[in-house]
Write a protein that binds this ligand. Structure first.
Ligand SMILES: C[S@@+](CC[C@H](N)C(=O)[O-])C[C@H]1O[C@@H](n2cnc3c(N)ncnc32)[C@H](O)[C@@H]1O
Ligand code: SF4
Length: 343
């Protein structure tokens, strides 16, 4: 439940000593001494320090935030720009991060990774985000998506995003593990049973799968034709930023090669296809890393901007680090459930 406290908003949460306590009581750290004597037990609660609530100024520049809840993943894509071997916050802090996203007035949260489904509490996080009225997206590898998960948590999810690296197992396995292609097909079939969930298929285009783009477009288009879901298809020219060493020459298409593919294929498709070149992808996203740090990816760098929960003025933090807000707001309009992004 949300309530006003100390000039900000705050949601009640389970107390470590049991039950749900008021915001006032909960704003202190409790130290419980258990005293025993002559058959009598007394409890003494000593407030140690008031919990510091960092206020959250409403953001006017950020429509979507990507919360990388884990760096764990079943895949080892050579071009991956996701976090690698970054420690992850525990459930309690992850829940607070979700609340803080809402307090900053950001409309949409993308739970991503790694594979967010590798976190056991992902259902709880998704539900929490929806309880705060956020638009909720799940960007997952797809191989851990189950009927049971969707049955339980699908109603709290607005969009599921799944990567497709090839139109068949052979091409896909050049960058993904063998079996990933069939896992994606299975995940798409499961999503058909949840027509209210929008589906975004994402292809990171490389020298290895560029020749297969037409086939991938046809595959996604023919699935989209029979699926009851709204379907989007995003095609990225992979961006040379990674937390591991990469021999980029093996994978990178030139800007000209990517543009030519876009020209050729865009017209042939009746899908909503979005081609994202490298100029568009730079400084486009605002991230929260698995360890709870605010992070802005700019050029080849991951700029670390401090603990997300401690940032009061997000706009100032990201703007001074080079965030391209106009582009971000424009891009965020590409998908939405609750109307347009406010100006
Ligand atoms: C980091 S992944 C995390 C979610 C999930 N593991 C996946 O791959 O879809 C999020 C998105 O970034 C894309 N991606 C990964 N590395 C990229 C890169 N270097 N350039 C552009 N897109 C990339 C993926 O294809 C995916 O669509
Ligand atoms: S599936 Fe996603 S997170 Fe995992 S390695 Fe590939 S791009 Fe990175």
């Amino acid at each position: 439940m949300e309530r006003a406290v100390l000039g900000g908003t705050w949601a009640s949460e389970p107390c470590p000593i049991g039950g749900r306590l008021s915001a006032l009581v909960h704003s202190q750290i409790h130290f419980t001494l258990l005293l025993g004597g002559l058959g009598q037990i007394a409890y003494m609660t000593v407030p140690l320090a008031a919990r510091k609530m960092v206020p959250a100024k409403k953001s006017r520049l950020i429509a979507t935030i990507d919360f990388h809840v884990t760096s764990e993943c079943s895949q080892e894509c050579p071009y991956c720009w996701g976090p690698l071997e970054v420690a992850q916050v525990k459930k309690r802090e992850a829940l607070k991060i979700v609340e803080k996203v809402h307090q900053h007035g950001i409309r949409r949260i993308v739970f991503t990774g790694g594979d967010p489904l590798r976190r056991r509490d992902i259902g709880r996080l998704v539900k929490h985000a929806k309880a705060f009225g956020l638009e909720v997206a799940l960007s997952t590898t797809g191989d851990k998506l189950t009927r049971g998960f969707l049955r339980k948590y699908g109603r709290f999810i607005d969009l599921v995003s799944i990567p497709l690296d090839g139109s068949n197992e052979e091409v896909s396995s050049l960058t993904k593990e063998m079996g990933h292609f069939s896992a994606v097909m299975k995940a798409l079939r499961l999503l058909e049973k949840h027509p209210q969930i929008d589906v975004k298929v994402c292809t990171p285009l490389t020298k290895l799968n560029g020749h297969d783009l037409g086939n991938m477009l046809r595959l996604v288009a023919s699935w989209a034709e029979k699926a009851p879901n709204r379907v989007f298809y995003n095609i990225f020219n992979i961006y040379p930023r990674a937390m591991q060493e990469v021999d980029w020459d093996t994978y990178l298409l030139t800007d000209e090669e990517f543009s030519a593919m876009k020209e050729r294929e865009e017209r042939a498709s009746n899908l909503t296809v979005n081609f994202l070149d490298r100029t568009t992808l730079d400084a486009l996203y605002v991230l929260i890393f698995p360890d709870g740090e605010l992070c802005l990816p700019v050029g080849p760098d991951y700029l670390r901007l401090g603990r997300f929960l401690d940032v009061e003025d997000l706009d100032q933090a990201v703007k001074s680090a080079g965030f391209q807000a106009e582009k971000h707001l424009e891009h965020s309009k590409g998908w939405g459930k609750v109307g347009e992004v406010p100006d």
